[in-house]
Write a protein that binds this ligand. Sequence first.
Ligand code: KG4
Ligand code: ZN
Length: 330
Amino acid sequence: MIVLGIESSCDETAAAITKDGREVLSDVIYSQADIHSEYGGVVPEIASRKHIEKILYVIDEAVKKAGITKDEIDAVAVTYGPGLVGALLVGVSAAKALAFAWNKPLVPVNHIQGHIAANYVAFKELEPPFICLVASGGHSHIVHIKSYGDFDILGATRDDAAGEAFDKVARVIGLGYPGGPKIDKAAKDGDVNAFNFPRAKSGSDFSFSGLKTAVINEVHKIEQRGGEVPKADIAASFQQAVVDVLVKNTVQKALETKVNTLCLAGGVASNSELRRQMDEAAKKNGLKLYYPPLRLCTDNAVMISAAGYYNFISGIKAGYDLNAVPALHL
Ligand code: KG4
Ligand code: ZN
């Protein structure tokens, strides 16, 4: 089964083709990050316009690079939420037009489900059940994947997503956008114990808004005293606070549910300390841990194509009235 996947929920315009949800035939990403970095974050209107410029080009490239013709495509899968409405609509409209013109089934994909499916592509042997920490710019969830189409959310952030906190803190200490990779790099020269930032938990959920505010207050205090902001120490101490919360909560959920396979997904899953410390914690607790290569952690269309395959074989299809759903839940 060959599935074309289309992704345009934020600032990556992407198209990819996979076979049977596990094998990558092509993977094309046009990243707008450089454009948005000038503004310190994603500007929705610019994102939509850039998607319109690039969408047909990336789809065309994906088909060419896969070495197939359109006739060999069995379904067109597309992210329809969550994400920026104008950005999502570009991918959804392109997918609808192609599905109609080529007379192929249209398969709707939830972006978060896509992030999880990146692990199926990276690890051929991986099968549900497993626990997945999905941490990206827009979401931080701990999900129990009971079967390919059956998910339980075990915990989530009450407020800011992990990636959002990385981006905001990076902006405050002047590292720029996207903040995650920049904090990751800066933290390597910093002391994780330089500042004792809060680790907040609320029942099954966690929170990053208090942590973000604590960092901002600390930076303002230093600036008001006329001191120089110790960027590396702030980055390291902040990153450690996020990693502590994510590792502790994810491992706890795995132990509680007695599911001993763990996966990481989403942009924040590329964080080097999260990967290292989750490795340590998994070993200590007898859990098997998977995390995709960096290219499959941040937004891409391979994951949408893979998730689309599993939706398609379980009979999930959309009509031509498919709309973008910015606040779509898992
Ligand atoms: O999954 P993704 O590409 O887009 C969304 O669905 O949101 O995630 C992007 C987020 C951004 O907030 C970015 O700062 C964060 O992932 N990120 C990282 C790293 N690389 C990307 N956060 C921490 N460490 C990283 N190395
Ligand atoms: Zn994403």
